[in-house]
Write a protein that binds this ligand. Sequence first.
Ligand SMILES: O=C1O[C@H](COP(=O)(O)O)[C@@H](O)[C@H](O)[C@H]1O
Length: 233
Amino acid sequence: MNAKIHRHEFADKLTLADRLARAVAATLDAAVQARGKATLAVSGGSTPKTMFAVLAEQEIDWSKVTVTLVDERWVGADSDRSNARLVADHLLHHEARKATFLPLFDATHADDVDAALADVGARVDALGLPFDVVILGMGGDGHTASFFPGGDHLSEATDPAGRATVASMRADGAGEPRITLTLPRVLDTRALYLHIEGADKKDVLARAEAGEDLPIRSVLTHARVPVDVYWAP
Ligand SMILES: O=C1O[C@H](COP(=O)(O)O)[C@@H](O)[C@H](O)[C@H]1O
């Protein structure tokens, strides 16, 4: 395990959401003060909703912030499976309505995620390196981003020396095809948060730290900045 892990544990999910949102907002604010702009890559799924709601209310200069996704299900933004829809419904409101959002789904290639990789990767690259903040989630199977166990492009996507910005992913546990930032791109960030909830996920993370070959381990092994793990039961 090469990365330093900073653990932040809370008694309940509401407190976690509040503290994580404030930490992220402070980091974005510092980036805007220092460089005049900030980039934030967020995960989807069910875990971030409350944290997004708190983050949306933080009084920073959101007009200077670009938000994108760590990964996306290859579905349109009208689907309730869409991570872009999650962000639109829960984050891009209140103060955060002024942020710019860069989606990963490309409707011009709605039937073929692989055909979209070059264009989507170029759009992400245009944000510049590194991200200011990346927030990862983790599934009960140890996937993070769309690095799914058994995924058809798992080794390519988690190659720490890989050159691609995005990869496609199909896996039994993934539902529809996915697009994901690759491991080098996820780790090219000034601040890296892992947001997990529940005893089961805490146990999965502990197993990965102990050496079990789960996709989240690739992050713990190769991260160049501390991984701030935010957890509540
Ligand atoms: O499918 C996904 O799952 C993970 C975890 O989601 P959760 O519902 O267990 O919180 C998420 O981090 C990822 O972005 C998402 O696409």
